[in-house]
Structures are given as structure tokens and as C-alpha cells.
Write a protein that binds this ligand. Structure first.
Ligand code: HEM
Length: 222
């Protein structure tokens, strides 16, 4: 068990599993966010309320934050270890066999970390701890009006621009991260590897464009 956390392979394994969990979270998060495009704000507010109050999801949220933390810490340690292990002059000679996207995993991770800080402050912390969301009544029950909070936030041009830039970072990160996670888990197969790579590209494009559409369309249409 100790070697799982301390060895380089163990750290990569934990990072991959954490990454796959986050990849799944993003699909659920995007699905709920797309409800913002319905005629009424009620479906989004009801779904967000369910996510915030359901006991199972509450436990899941603690796991989610833990996994985010684990993924970031292990990514940081592995990046520093790789940098220190690099022979002198390697940087200049640029003999790296890495793909374009994998070279920028650390840079895009920093963009995502800053984005996540701002994002949580914008919605999660504001609504949960700072009383930033109004209360509305739907069928006699109280809900936070998160939809209005999101829509008001995306009326501001520079916020939309920051989201779009950060989401490019997300796309880059997912593009390499998806297939890299499967490779670390040992999937190296003449038939399945190209399929995984294709699914990784498809996933990163669909998820990135899906998230990008939210601030951009809200800014122009709502
Ligand atoms: C661009 C469109 C997005 C919108 C409109 C959006 C909206 C929201 C809202 C309203 C919340 C608060 C939910 C609550 O308090 O119950 C939230 C939380 C959160 N968002 Fe986003 N989000 C977006 C993109 C992202 C992206 C790209 C990521 C990850 C890279 C992300 C990660 C999170 C996390 C970790 C939480 C806290 C956990 C949770 O409440 O589910 N979000 N988001």
C-alpha cells in the first residue's frame, strides 16, 4: 500500500483513476448546466438543488474535492520529479517525443487551478456561504436561484472571456488526459488504443464546446 502512494507508477495510477472520476463528473456537471437553456429556470434550479442536498451526492462532493486535490498534488509531484530527472541540455535540444498536447499538461493544469478557484468563488461559495443567491419558491419548496446567479454573471464580457480562455485550457488538458489515463491503466492494444484515442478527442471537443457554449450563448441571448 505504501508503494502505491510513494512509487512513480503508483502515483500515476492514482492520478489516472482520479482523472477518470473527474472526466465522469464533468459530463454530469455539463448535463445539468445545459438545463440553463430551457425556457424556464426551474429545471436547472431543481437539479442544482438536488445535487446540493441529496445525501449520496453530498458524500460524492466530499470525495470529488478530495480527488481534485489528490489529482493536483500528484500531478505537481510527478511534474517536479520529471523536471529534476531531465538531463542537462535536454530542454534546449528539445528531443522530446511528447505530443503537442502532453507537453502542456502542467501549464493547462495551472490555468484550470486558477479557473476553479474563481469558479467556486463565483457560484459555489457565493451561493452556499455568502448568501449570494436569492431564494425562490417552486411548488411550495425553497430553492436557491442559482440560474439567475449564473445568467447575471455571464452578462459581464470579461467574465465570459476568462471562461472561454480557461475552457480552451480544459480542452487541451482533457485531450491528452483522457487517453493517457487509459494508457497508465495498462490499455495498450492495436485495436482498442486508437478507439480510446478517438473517444478522447471526441470527448474533449464535445465537453469543451458544451461548456463554452454556456457563457457565450447566455451573454448573447439572455
Ligand atoms: C462554463 C460553464 C459552467 C457553469 C455554468 C457552471 C456552474 C456551476 C454552478 C452553478 C455551481 C454551484 C453548484 C451548487 O452550489 O450547487 C458549480 C459548481 C462547481 N463547478 Fe461548475 N460550472 C461550469 C463549468 C465548470 C467546469 C469547466 C468545471 C471543472 C473544470 C467546474 C467545476 C465545478 C466544481 C468542482 C463545482 C463544485 C462542486 C459542485 O457543486 O458540483 N465547473 N458550477
Amino acid at each position: 500500500m505504501r508503494t502505491l502512494f510513494s512509487s512513480s507508477v503508483g502515483k500515476k495510477l492514482i492520478m489516472s483513476l482520479a482523472g477518470l472520476f473527474l472526466i465522469t463528473f464533468l459530463v454530469v456537471h455539463l448535463g445539468i448546466n445545459l438545463l440553463l437553456f430551457m425556457d424556464s429556470t426551474e429545471p436547472f434550479n431543481i437539479a442544482a438543488h438536488f445535487m446540493a442536498t441529496n445525501l449520496v451526492i453530498k458524500v460524492f462532493e466530499i470525495v470529488l474535492f478530495g480527488i481534485f486535490f489528490l489529482h493536483m498534488i500528484y500531478g505537481l509531484i510527478l511534474s517536479v520529479q520529471n523536471m529534476l530527472a531531465r538531463p542537462v541540455g535536454y530542454r534546449k535540444a528539445n528531443h522530446s517525443q511528447k505530443s503537442f498536447f502532453s507537453k502542456y499538461m502542467f501549464h493547462t493544469a495551472i490555468i484550470l487551478l486558477i479557473f476553479l478557484g474563481l469558479h467556486l468563488l463565483d457560484f459555489y461559495i457565493k451561493s452556499k456561504f455568502l448568501g449570494g443567491a436569492d431564494t425562490i419558491i417552486i411548488d411550495g419548496e425553497e430553492y436557491h436561484d442559482l440560474a439567475t446567479l449564473v445568467i447575471e454573471r455571464f452578462q459581464i464580457g470579461w467574465v465570459v472571456i476568462i471562461y472561454v480562455i480557461a475552457l480552451f485550457g480544459l480542452g487541451f488538458h482533457l485531450h491528452h488526459g483522457f487517453q493517457s489515463a487509459f494508457q497508465t491503466l495498462g490499455l495498450n492494444h492495436p485495436v482498442y488504443t486508437p478507439i480510446i484515442k478517438f473517444l478522447g478527442v471526441l470527448y474533449s471537443i464535445v465537453v469543451t464546446l458544451g461548456f463554452m457554449a454556456i457563457p457565450v450563448l447566455i451573454y448573447f441571448l439572455k
